[in-house]
Write a protein that binds this ligand. Structure first.
Ligand code: F6P
Length: 544
């Protein structure tokens, strides 16, 4: 049944007709207690939905909609390992990757939690070998630099985590620098290689499929660089001393040259963008130590338990998802800004862009029917205070309605004696609170603003969510990322789409292959459209 045929959807439509006339500032004057009404806590997180354009009735109807869409059953199917990724006929078991030891979960006849922990132990052994200086390069020197080569889910999560949690780097990891390379054009790698010592550099080739051309191209360049530096060592020695492969396709990694002893595996039931909890998290473990990585996993597991066990009415991922549904499908808001007020979370917007848009950027249902309702909005974002000097103009005075997520830690720099740094935290908090206040309430926050000329007015009414963490720690970091993962899942259930495949990225890969052929000298271009032909000819002329 289409979500539009549910009673709750129909009721939400009538309710939206009335609510779309209302302003968030009026909702606050009518109900000054909104914070108590729409503030929800879980462990060290506070989710403030009071600056959304909602009332009690809105939330009740949204929860009804979730129930009519059988959300509780879907949640169980996710955790139990049912084949809910139907187009690829497999489960989506990222939650199993953070399930503590001692739990049992049999999927398709295999006990997987035990396997998950065996993999973590192999990972731990490698991390220890590198940290202790026992992993030696081709000259016999220890490793002091790790370069993760991967893209999408094999890059963004570890990159984000390493930046976000850098201050938790333990003593034993202090001498190790971790870099990330993803871009197909080689520009990141070329820049980086010129500063690195081949004898002390280890490359982690992270690719679920081990067929991604971006990653393989960078890996080949890295191998070539090492061959040139270590010309007396055989390729076999160079690869075994300087490359680790992390993949769900061990045979492909082996064919590329990485021996099984240098490989860390994971499973095809781990989606690429859900994989940082698996051995794809190796760079995180190298940066934070295994203890830190396990804390991230524990934070995510804490959110999993909350998601699975808490009534929908108090369930953070469910609430944030359903309020998104309200904005998208009933208030017709199709842009979503991710605004971390924390420089450590500067990669969070890019991470969520992939998580949300690659998961739910779909327009056919699980049964292959075109949806006649909107699905994933366009997401983008930036560190909030930087964005204030860039695109906030549009948020405040443009024509687009945009829903905004503000993410901020209440506590920071408490162990510093630099009072200026502490002041910077206060400044940051003040700006975060000021911006969500103006975006939601408009210039009603300033007395007499109604007398200002039109170009100085702020209309407000942009729905804002604030996610306030006590502190950014490995644990809270794990919690918030898992919360967003589950949010995406909940929305997919409402929209009746499969969030775990990504067929929309395949055609580009095929067409690029034909264009690669067309770029070779004297290749025929006649099968291409006029624009592509013209561009190919221009490129060819410029390269003569
Ligand atoms: O092309 C999209 C994609 O498949 C993403 O889903 C994935 O995270 C990324 O490419 C990298 O894939 P792989 O880990 O297989 O190299």
């Amino acid at each position: 049944m289409s979500p539009k045929e549910t009673t709750a959807w129909v009721d939400l439509q009538s309710h939206a007709y009335y609510m779309s006339q209302s302003h968030i500032s009026t909702l606050f004057s009518e109900s000054p207690n909104r914070f108590a009404q729409f503030g929800f806590t879980q462990d060290n997180l506070l989710l403030d939905l009071s600056k959304q354009r909602i009332t009690d009735e809105t939330l009740n109807l949204l929860i009804e909609l979730a129930k009519e869409r059988n959300l509780p059953n879907w949640i169980e199917s996710l955790f139990k390992g049912d084949h809910i990724n139907d187009s690829e006929d497999r489960p989506a078991l990222h939650t199993a990757l953070r399930t503590p030891k001692g739990t049992t979960l049999e999927v398709d006849g295999v006990e997987i939690i035990e396997e998950v922990h065996q993999n973590l132990e192999r990972m731990e052994a490698i991390v220890k070998k590198i940290h202790s200086g026992q992993w030696r390069g081709f000259t016999g020197h220890s490793i002091n630099t790790v370069v993760n080569i991967g893209v999408g889910g094999s890059d963004l999560g570890p990159l984000m985590a390493c930046k976000a949690l850098a201050e938790y780097q333990p003593e034993e990891a202090q001498n190790l620098t971790v870099h990330f390379v993803s871009s197909m054009d080689g520009s990141q790698l070329a820049d980086l290689l010129s500063h690195l010592n081949p004898a002390r550099t280890l490359f982690v080739i992270s690719s679920k499929s081990f067929t991604t051309i971006d990653t393989l191209a960078n890996a080949n360049t890295a191998k070539e660089w090492l061959k040139q530096a270590g010309n007396t060592a055989s390729e076999e020695v160079l690869v075994s001393r300087h490359f680790i492969g992390v993949s769900a396709s061990p045979d492909k990694a082996l064919s590329w040259g990485i021996p099984k002893s240098n490989q860390l595996a994971f499973w095809d039931w781990t989606g690429g963008r859900y994989s940082m909890w698996s051995t794809i998290g190796l760079p995180i473990a190298l940066k934070l130590g295994m203890k830190g990585f396990r804390e991230v996993l524990a934070g995510a597991h804490n959110m999993d338990t909350h998601f699975r066990e808490t009534p929908l009415e108090q369930n953070l991922p469910v609430l944030i998802a359903m309020v998104g549904i309200w904005n998208i499908n009933f208030l017709n808001i199709n842009a979503h800004a991710i605004l971390p007020y924390d420089g450590r979370l500067n990669h969070l917007p890019a991470y969520l862009e992939q998580l949300e848009m690659e998961s739910n950027g779909k327009s056919v249902t699980r049964k292959g029917k075109a949806t006649d309702y909107n699905t994933c909005p366009i997401l983008w974002g930036e560190v909030g205070t930087n964005a204030q000097h860039a695109f906030y103009q549009l948020l405040h005075q443009g024509t687009e309605s945009v829903m905004c997520d503000f993410i901020v830690a209440a506590k920071r720099y408490h162990d510093t004696d630099n009072s200026e740094l502490m002041h910077q935290h206060q400044l940051n908090l003040a700006n975060c609170l000021a911006q969500s206040r103006i975006l939601a309430l408009g210039d009603t926050v300033i007395k007499g603003a109604e007398n200002a000329p039109a170009y100085k007015r702020y209309k407000g009414n942009q729905p804002c969510t604030t996610l306030l963490l006590d502190e950014l720690t490995p644990h809270t970091f794990g919690q918030i990322i898992a919360m967003y993962e589950h949010k995406v899942f909940v929305q997919s259930v409402i929209w009746d789409i499969n969030p775990f495949d990504q067929w929309g990225v395949e055609l580009g890969k095929k067409v690029a292959t034909t264009l690669l052929d067309a770029l070779s000298p004297n290749a025929s271009t006649e099968d291409f459209d006029a624009s592509t032909q013209g561009l190919l000819q221009h490129i060819s002329m410029r390269n003569k």
